[in-house]
Design a protein around this ligand. Structure first.
Ligand code: EPZ
Length: 420
């Protein structure tokens, strides 16, 4: 499957932001922690969410589509303690199923989780394994396959040696049903974590401190079911804002989003000179006189999100001056810059964590392959800014995180086609 894009079309109109991929993926494993139904709304129709549903169904549970964007999940008879390898290999967040399986069965076996190849080698899971060990689990590892067993997990004080979003979410959710108190320190503070904690507390959990570096969880006997509305995808909103900001003669309204989750981006937009207007749930992008170069350093929330770094690197190819892009979270997330250079960008790779982008440069259409999710959408952005025709292959990577991207961009006047 590939996209064919003719660049340089003025973008005008409205585009809606979907529910957050990185919030939606976490509710499916959480469904294993209750025996009552969960109704989830604002669910993005993306490949990774389908894979998460397929894991639940493979484990014997029920996922019913009520209508577009609304699902009902029902716990049924759990089938075995193996997580399906072909699905776990497809996305990183599959690691979130480990904790609830350990709670329910006292045993779980799984291969190393897959997902975007954006870190050196495989993305580690040591923070999860160390925490489960601290709570009393036994961990066996053989050829990148893991088996965890635990008669009874117990509450513990856990200090994360690195700030990790899914490790924070995994231990915060699992310990809801672990007797005693657990204290998690050096936690991630992303809005998706706060939203998940609020949902769980609504179901009877006792979580405090979500959104701060220290989270306390008092174990309870059981969790109720409930209704969970997925928050808007701040990464999608930020990506659309940058895509529009880089285009000439633009007039785009980005709706159904929460600009308050993107403060780091607005600070940068002020320095770059982007012409934008924020409201409580929308972002309007208007033509900017001149885009100026501006350095960024990616950082855990509320800093500049690493998932917005790729589209920002493309935006800086259209800005006047040199920008230093410092990617601190992953050490292979700047390699896609080489593809931009093939399109005509002037980018110097200083080291695995730094590139210098010199602009403005004209970009020209090319035959490209999408290396991963965020680099993939950045290439779509570059193709929309480029002169001529671009072909982007391997768009499954983009469909993993963006719902019907081509349809929504056509709604803004973009010339983009999907070819089988
Ligand atoms: C989440 O990944 C997001 N994914 C990522 O988005 C996002 O880039 C990342 O957080 C950072 O914001 C989901 O929520 C599904 P981490 P996660 O654990 O939790 C290291 C996207 O494009 N680390 O916070 O997997 C790790 O190598 C994706 O939507 C360990 O060393 O990321 C990285 O350098 C990509 N050991 C750093 O921590 C561990 O056990 C942060 O990673 C775990 C992580």
């Amino acid at each position: 499957m590939k996209f064919i894009i003719q660049g340089k079309k003025p973008l005008k109109g409205e585009i809606k932001v979907s529910g957050s991929k990185n919030a939606a993926l976490k509710i499916f494993p959480v469904a294993l922690l209750t025996r009552e139904p969960i109704r989830v709304s604002n669910v993005p129709e993306i490949e990774d969410v389908l894979r998460a549903q397929e894991i639940l169904i493979a484990l014997g549970h029920e996922v019913k589509k009520i209508k577009n964007g609304v699902l009902e999940i029902r716990f049924r008879n759990q089938k075995g303690f193996d997580l399906p390898a072909d699905l776990v290999n497809k996305f990183r967040a599959s690691i979130m199923f480990v904790g609830p399986m350990l709670i329910n069965l006292g045993k779980v076996s799984f291969p190393h989780p897959g997902g975007c190849v954006i870190g050196a080698g495989i993305r580690p899971i040591d923070l999860f394994l160390d925490a489960f060990k601290k709570m009393g689990a036994k961990v066996k590892i053989k050829d990148n396959h893991y088996e965890l067993t635990a008669k009874k997990l117990k509450g513990a004080n856990i200090f994360f040696s690195k700030i990790s979003v899914t490790a924070t979410e995994s231990l915060m959710t699992t310990t809801c049903l672990v007797q005693g108190e657990t204290i998690l320190k050096n936690c991630a503070m992303e809005p998706e974590i706060v939203s998940l904690a609020e949902y769980l507390n609504g179901c009877g959990a006792k979580i405090s401190g979500a959104g701060t570096p220290t989270i306390k969880i008092k174990g309870v006997k059981r969790l109720r079911g409930g209704k969970y509305k997925i928050i808007p995808d701040r990464i999608e909103a930020g990506t659309f804002a940058m895509l529009a900001a880089g285009s000439a003669n633009v007039e785009v309204l980005i709706k159904n989003c929460d600009p308050a989750h993107l403060e780091a981006l607005w600070q940068i937009f002020d320095k770059v000179g982007v012409n934008y207007v924020l409201s409580k749930d929308s972002i309007r992008i208007l033509p900017s006189k001149k885009l100026l170069s501006c350095d960024i350093t990616t950082h855990e929330y509320p800093g500049f999100a690493t998932d917005l770094q790729s589209p920002y690197t493309v935006l800086m190819t259209q800005a006047h001056g040199s920008s230093l892009i410092h990617e601190t979270i992953y050490d292979r997330r700047l390699l896609f810059a080489d593809i931009l250079t093939q399109m005509g960008a002037n980018i110097i790779l200083a080291d695995p964590h730094r590139v210098v982008v010199n602009g403005p440069t004209k970009l020209y259409g090319r035959k490209l392959v999408s290396p991963d999710l965020r680099a993939g959408v950045a290439l779509v952005m570059a193709a929309l800014l480029a002169h001529g025709r671009t072909e982007i292959d391997n768009i499954y990577q983009i469909d993993r995180g963006y719902e019907k991207l081509d349809e929504r961009l056509r709604g803004l006047g973009a010339d983009i086609k999907r070819l089988a």
